[in-house]
Design a protein around this ligand. Structure first.
Ligand SMILES: O=C(O)CCC(=O)C(=O)O
Ligand SMILES: [Fe+2]
Length: 354
């Protein structure tokens, strides 16, 4: 089955088996999800103050950001200036690519790359199988390098729905602005020059991952996505507007369900920011659970450094005799390491600690 999965997709298996997961998807007992976990209290940061002259309110929002980031919480952002109609369109093209109206598997498989990219796989994919012991995630994804434009591989961009490319371009323009706003707020909240991250290549690449989780008849035994933290500085996630599934790990309370907030965007800090801030800000552990009733979609946009850049603790943040807690590496080497470890459920960040 693990070999077969490379030629088919979870959606097809789910349809063939009526949502009943084959053995390679069944989690070991210790990793099985708690589906009725409590709801996480997610901070909501209003970005509309970021570019305004109301510095007092901006400081309030920055301190919420500082508090969430240093305690390993994810947060929602509102006041992001992206029209709700565009957000709806992004969800529509995502559903439409995977499922509505039903797209033949063969057509979708034509967007699978035959040249694997060691830093970030591209195209219509499911879990990369690196070992026979591996337990697979119950999801399919479409990965596209959206930014910078020179790195786009247009052969892998769906022709259907017809509006796909236009909607991605329009959303990308808004996301690029939002990324700057978030980077500035992060830098300010750390006491760094506002443009620190923007000017040193932290906004180097932004691959997008459209995720599709089919209904699963055994949600208590299977995971939509295994526990992980992202390799990015941060990831912006557009969640399904109706179906929840994302869970976040809280040190005191364990795994918690992330509530749906339809027109807010979720920000999840990743490994790059934890390394750069020498652990002051935390990369967030999260996973996805499935359900037996409804399919679920999401879109993750990973904000990653330029490949040639060094990722290591920032000098200004290790002054005052603070010890360096993380090694330095290049974004290229970290990406390659991440790619191999992610599929095996190993956290690459652990080998960066000194
Ligand atoms: O589906 C989600 O809500 C989260 C997906 C995720 O964690 C990822 O793409 O890295
Ligand atoms: Fe993630």
């Amino acid at each position: 089955m693990t070999e077969e999965i490379e030629k088919t997709r979870v959606q097809e298996i789910a349809e063939r088996t009526n949502g009943s997961p084959p053995k390679c998807f069944i989690q070991r007992e210790s990793n099985r999800p708690v589906l009725d976990a409590s709801l996480a209290a997610i901070p909501i940061i209003d970005l509309s103050y970021e570019e305004s002259k109301d510095l007092e309110q901006r400081e309030i929002e920055d301190s919420k950001l500082r508090s969430a980031s240093s305690s390993g919480e994810l947060f929602y952002v509102l006041g992001h200036g992206i029209p709700t109609s565009l957000i709806d369109e992004v969800r529509n093209i995502t559903r439409s690519f995977f499922n509505q109206p039903k797209q033949p598997l063969k057509e979708k498989l034509s967007y699978t790359s035959d040249m694997p990219n060691p830093y970030f796989s591209e195209g219509y994919e499911t879990d990369v199988v690196v070992s026979n012991e591996q337990i697979l995630d119950w999801n399919d994804k479409l990965l596209l390098n959206v930014y910078p434009e020179e790195e786009r591989n247009m052969d892998l961009w769906p022709q259907k729905p017809e509006s796909f490319r236009e909607v991605v371009n329009e959303f990308n323009e808004k996301i690029l602005i939002l990324v700057d706003v978030i980077f500035k707020a992060l830098a300010r909240s750390l006491g760094l020059d506002e443009v620190y991250f923007i000017n040193n290549g932290s906004k180097g690449r932004i691959p997008w991952r459209f995720n599709y989780y089919p209904p699963c008849s055994k949600p208590d035994l299977v995971l939509g996505m295994k526990p992980h933290s992202d390799g990015s500085s941060f990831t912006i996630i557009l969640q399904d507007d109706q179906v929840s599934g994302l869970q976040v790990f809280n040190n005191q309370l364990g795994w918690l369900n992330v509530p749906v907030l339809p027109y807010a965007l979720l920000v999840v800090l990743g490994d790059e920011i934890e390394i750069k801030t020498n652990g002051q800000y935390k990369s967030v552990m999260h996973k996805v659970v499935t359900n037996s009733e409804k399919e679920r979609i999401s879109l993750s946009m990973f904000i990653l450094s330029e490949l040639k850049n060094e990722i290591g603790p920032i000098d200004e943040l290790i002054e005052d005799g603070k010890p360096k807690l993380y090694k330095s590496t290049t974004a290229k080497d970290y990406g390659a390491d991440f790619f191999v470890k992610f599929s095996q459920g190993i956290r690459p960040l652990d080998s960066m600690r000194i």
